[in-house]
Design a protein around this ligand. Sequence first.
Ligand SMILES: Nc1ncnc2c1ncn2[C@@H]1O[C@H](COP(=O)(O)OP(=O)(O)OP(=O)(O)O)[C@@H](O)[C@H]1O
Ligand SMILES: [Mg+2]
Length: 490
Amino acid sequence: KSSLRKIETIRNTFEDYQQQSFLKLPVSANYYTTFLLITLLIMFSAIWLGFYMARGITVPIQQLAEGVRRITEGDLDFKIGAKATDEIAILVDSFNTMTRELNESRLNIQHAHEDLKRTNIELDRRRNYIETILDNIGAGVVSVDKRGTITTFNKAAEKILNLKSENIFGSSYHDAFDFSSYQIIRKLSKRMNAQDRESIEEQIDLRVGENNLTLLVNVQVLRGATGKYRGLVIVFEDLTHLIKTQKIAAWKEVAQGIAHEIKNPLTPIQLNTQRLKKKYYENREDFDRVFDESIHIITQEVEGMKELLNEFLRFSRMPAPNPRPTSLHKIIDDILISYSEHDKKLKIKKSFDPNLGAVPIDPEQIRRVFINLFENATDAIDEGGAIQISTRILQKEKLVRIEFADDGAGICTADRDKLFLPHFTTKKRGTGLGLAIVNRIIIDHNGSIQVKDNYPKGTVFVIDLPYSPLVLQTGNSSARKLHQITSSQS
Ligand SMILES: Nc1ncnc2c1ncn2[C@@H]1O[C@H](COP(=O)(O)OP(=O)(O)OP(=O)(O)O)[C@@H](O)[C@H]1O
Ligand SMILES: [Mg+2]
């Protein structure tokens, strides 16, 4: 029974098994499917993860590659926008920082470049401007650097020295200039060094080709900001023409001066010869005295003229005064005699200071002063007009004042300032040198001359001359003391 049960159990179990083994395929298939599904899921997840992770690296790297390409093309505004983590993030950040810094530097360089360009344009403009000025001024300008190379040579320099700047620009001044010009520069710079000066100016004569030139040369040392020697600048002006015209003008003036001063004594000579003639025919008794007087005056005037001409020839200028104690009243009296016989029948009045002694004057020159004043007065007055001469000692001022008045036409206020200027005249045949010479002589005597209106009409010339009665009246020693006075005054 037990065996039967056992067989029964076995059979049941077998049947179960058989039933179960029938289910075996679907169950295992079920398992396989689940497993496959899980495997596939894992694989897909892994692939997705792989792709996901790869995207995080490749996109930034692609953008990096694109960035590098753009940078090489010069586009520095490129910025990597891709999000990244870890080292790639650091790389992206570094790349972005690098491009930003590159961009900033490029902008800075661009600004600097623009500034430089502007500065260059400005410098160019200034250089052009300076060159235009240099080329348009009349003075020659040459600059030499510390090695002696010519760095500037303007148009005027070309013209004056008859050289072409392209031939000498950049060459040494030894070779560029001929021997004489070179020697002049050497001489001037040597003198400048010897005198420890930074500049020197001198008038020099230079032969250029066929012409002799007179140049005013100025040599100036050029120094840099630190005071270091940088060369020389030489400026020269051609004075040849100017000096020639000045010489002509000066000679003209001298000639006019001589003519004027010769013309003035001619009047007293003429008046005295007329007087002699008249006296000779009219009154024979008086004749001897008049003869002596007139001959004396004529001789004196001729002597004066001779002396003047000699002085002019010697110095070609107005002679300097030679003051010596002289009777001023005698000089005036001598001239008065001549004019007392004038055609215009002048009324001449004099009021002399009886205390006036010898005055330190050059008699010839003071005579010329009065002759000029008489000439002007006789020109200004009508027939029968009056001339009044007075002298007065101004004790305190140590002066003698001479007033020379006429009742002639007078001088209008506008002309008064110009009166003593050379060549100012209102007369048809006047030279206008008379009062200029008078003024010169008075000034040379340390005196002064002024003009004012006479009352009721006419003109008064007021002349002050230095006069010190005490010294002049002390007998024998007067001449020596006078010399002291005049030499201390001059
Ligand atoms: N006493 C005077 N009365 C009026 N005008 C005068 C008198 N003295 C000079 N003048 C004026 O001053 C001017 C200048 O005098 P100045 O003696 O220098 O030259 P000038 O007399 O004209 O020429 P020159 O002396 O060569 O004959 C005269 O032309 C005249 O107009
Ligand atoms: Mg005159």
